[in-house]
Design a protein around this ligand. Structure first.
Ligand SMILES: NC(=O)c1ccc[n+]([C@@H]2O[C@H](COP(=O)([O-])OP(=O)(O)OC[C@H]3O[C@@H](n4cnc5c(N)ncnc54)[C@H](OP(=O)(O)O)[C@@H]3O)[C@@H](O)[C@H]2O)c1
Length: 331
């Protein structure tokens, strides 16, 4: 088969011939119809990720057709149209993943290839209302946003929610999910065009996080937040406790903008705020997200679709953060 292979950090990713995977016990091989990128693929491509190993076939998100199965797998999976939950071996504890947890696309070979081998328990039926591209776009970013809003933030109708960096893949899902839950949603972005797109989707208002007075402006517009969903950390994070209403929840799962410089702890305890770390989601979260997406007919926001053999260039493009939503690759 052909696959996008990363031989070393900062080296070009090459579309080349590699061995086609063979399923072991409990495993299937999926012929990829479409795959999608996550910031993780970019971090790995520049050598900034834990547990790096080379050569690597990146890609956590994929949708396709089951072509082979190993011992112990229900034969009914054969020829089924599936999406892959990229979270493997979550473990028994619903509150956090265990030590054997891994994400598809490092250490194991991922979806930026003609075929991928995964455990059958990570397969879910492809939602029939979505195209291949749309189905490939939601697993990792979708479940991350869904768990952040539901399990962590306990979002409910009427809550005032801030989604920071709304142009991100995770941000667009958080926006769609929070709107579908009946929340009042405000957003930030580094781009005026992306703020406009978010407002067209249903956000009440947005501010550019590069503006000097972005936090004051948000406070004025919103009256304060019950929930803040953030994937960036960085300088701006220190303003979040001010922006929260008493009892507010700040959920974060990424550090695109760096570390948190300092935070006023007194404000956090006096306002009884909760700072909640989150990472992806377990199988129950994934299933609940699928049901939620089906009920609300959520269509993932795709920035652009590219040919699979250009993954290297598209991963580089991701580093510029020009996209609004997901970057998808098809064969
Ligand atoms: N822990 C987990 O399970 C998990 C899961 C998924 C993602 N993540 C992490 O979450 C982050 C987002 O992932 P992704 O795949 O959604 O990324 P992505 O699609 O590449 O989006 C990156 C976005 O970050 C935003 N951004 C950059 N600087 C910012 C700042 N100072 N303040 C606010 N937003 C800023 C930009 O939004 P605008 O264009 O709107 O300015 C940019 O488009 C990454 O760091 C990723 O590693 C973690």
């Amino acid at each position: 088969m052909k696959a996008n292979v990363l031989e070393a950090p900062d080296q070009p990713i090459v579309w080349k011939e590699v061995e086609t995977p063979i399923p072991g016990p409990g495993e299937v091989v999926v012929k990829i119809k479409a795959a999608a990128l996550n910031r993780r693929d970019y971090w790995i491509s520049i050598g900034k990720y834990a547990g790096l190993k080379y050569p690597a076939i990146l890609g956590s998100d994929g949708a396709g057709i089951v072509t082979e199965f190993g011992e112990g797998v229900d034969p009914n999976w054969l020829n089924k149209e599936v999406v892959i939950n990229a979270a493997f071996n979550w473990g028994e504890n619903d509150n956090a993943q265990g030590k054997d947890f891994k994400i598809l696309g490092l250490p194991d070979d991922g979806t930026l290839a003609e075929y991928v081998k995964v455990t059958a328990e990570n397969l879910f039926d492809k939602p029939a209302y979505l195209t291949w591209e749309q189905a490939a776009a939601f697993p990792l970013a979708g479940v991350t946003a869904f768990r952040a809003l539901t399990v962590k933030a306990k979002a409910k109708k009427g809550d005032t929610v801030l989604i920071s960096g709304v142009g991100s893949g995770t941000g667009t899902f958080a926006l769609q999910f929070a709107l579908a839950m009946g929340c009042r949603v405000f957003v930030t972005s580094g781009s005026g065009e992306k703020l406009d797109s978010a407002i067209q989707m249903g956000a009440l208002a947005g501010v550019n996080y590069k503006a000097q007075d972005w936090a004051e402006e948000l406070q004025h517009l919103s009256g304060g937040f019950d929930i803040i969903i953030d994937s960036a950390l960085g300088e701006g994070f220190a303003k979040f406790p001010d922006l929260c209403k008493p009892g507010g929840r700040i959920v974060f799962f990424g550090g695109t903008a760096g570390d948190i410089p300092s935070i006023n702890g007194r404000k956090v305890f006096w306002k009884q705020l909760q700072l909640l770390g989150s990472t992806m989601g377990n199988a129950a979260d994934f299933k609940a997200m699928l049901e939620f997406m089906h009920t609300h007919q959520i269509i993932p926001v795709i920035d652009e679709v590219y040919p699979m053999n250009t993954a290297g260039d598209v991963i580089k493009k991701m580093g510029t953060s020009a996209q609004f939503g997901k970057l998808v690759l098809t064969i």
